[in-house]
Design a protein around this ligand. Structure first.
Ligand SMILES: [Zn+2]
Length: 366
């Protein structure tokens, strides 16, 4: 994520903290200072908030390690003021696996709460309120830690997809129905709860407003994604392949690319060197090259070298996933060692629109 500072690496996963985290720390110091708390009190508050974020990190690590069991890598874990984010390379599609990965996070919190409760004496309800309103100090630190962990486990298990509880719900639903239908139901419930969060946030904690927005948008994005993927089922890359495309030689100057851009309908070019694809060049990359270096550079110097190849027989839904991940403007398609055509995101979207019109569903969630 942009604006994140790397803290380290664990089990091959980069751990980052987002810069906005410093706002949270500053806010805690400021509000403690304004309430005329002692330095000692401020330090306790800070230690406590850092311990909570360490807990959040362990929660995310729980998801990541559970995913690793199913050979799913985690790109990174980022700590944000509203919680943690583990970016898994993909979400397990088997319901049982998704269930385990979703439950692994809250299970960490429950585990931490169980360990903590062994070392503290739980006070009676009356003195509990007194202790909790007194602010964090040496005598109630672990009591607060225990309560936060119970709260984190429960909060994450609210079935507001794509929160953990929502994923649990989708996994259970997809045991009995198609995954995209299950996702749709879970996403709608998630969005309803998200509206509830925003509403509640106005009267209680403003953080809930942010969380509500994230859930609402996240639910929509995932519902769209799974619906699109389900519509691509049963097709292969061959079905949407474009056999007519523009190529440009890597040794050509950018000015040639500009001419081709103006003379043809093409916006993306496949860059070739000795009849082999070596990169791609998009309209945006051409314009960027012009504004930085003029048109004298070679295509090779300004092209996108992050080239991925797809096999003509690859299932289309898998290809769609790869295109989304790489954000390539254009991907060459191979059959064995032979270049047989290209594919891009627009291609697939057009294919979906045609298919959608044919099946008469009328509404496309893109
Ligand atoms: Zn979680």
């Amino acid at each position: 994520m942009k604006g994140s500072l790397k803290l380290g690496k664990i089990a091959g996963i980069g751990v980052f903290v987002h810069w906005t985290f410093s706002i949270l720390i500053a806010f805690i110091i400021f509000s403690n200072y304004r309430a005329e708390h002692s330095i000692e009190q401020i330090l306790w508050s800070l230690t406590f908030i850092l311990s909570i974020f360490f807990t959040v990190f362990l929660h995310e690590l729980g998801h990541a390690l559970a995913a690793k069991r199913y050979n799913i890598k985690t790109k990174d874990i980022t700590l944000l003021p509203i919680g943690g984010l583990a970016r898994l390379e993909s979400i397990p599609e088997k319901p049982k696996e998704e269930l385990v990965v979703a439950l692994a996070g809250p299970a960490v919190n429950i585990g931490l709460a169980v360990i903590t409760v062994l070392f503290i004496a739980l006070p009676d309800p009356e003195s509990l309120t007194v202790q909790l309103t007194a602010g964090v100090n040496s005598s109630n630190f672990f009591l607060n830690f225990f309560i936060v962990n119970i709260w984190l486990a429960l909060f994450n298990l609210i079935p507001a997809f794509p929160m953990d509880g929502g994923r649990v719900l989708r996994a259970i639903l997809s045991m009995n129905m198609k995954r995209h239908v299950a996702t749709n139901i879970a996403a709608r419930i998630g969005q309803l709860l998200a509206i509830g969060f925003v509403f509640l946030g106005f009267f209680t904690n403003p953080f809930l407003i942010f969380i509500g927005f994230f859930i609402f948008l996240g639910a929509q994005a995932e519902a769209t994604y799974t619906q699109t993927k389900s519509m691509l089922e049963g097709y292969t890359v061959k079905d949407v392949l474009m056999q007519h495309y523009q190529t440009i030689d890597a040794s050509q100057p950018v000015s040639t690319a500009v001419q081709m851009l103006l003379n043809t309908q093409c916006k993306n070019f496949l860059v070739m060197e000795n009849s082999t694809p070596v990169g791609t060049l998009s309209r945006e990359e051409i314009i960027k090259a012009l504004s930085v270096n003029g048109d004298g550079e070679t295509v090779y110097a300004v092209m996108n070298r992050d080239l991925v190849f797809l096999d003509a027989d690859m299932p289309l839904e898998k290809a769609f996933q790869q295109i989304q991940q790489h954000k390539s403007s254009l991907i060459p398609v191979m059959s064995g060692s032979q270049l047989v055509g290209i594919i891009d995101k627009e291609n697939i979207l057009e294919f979906l629109m045609v298919k959608n019109a044919q099946t008469g569903r009328g509404k496309l969630l893109i």
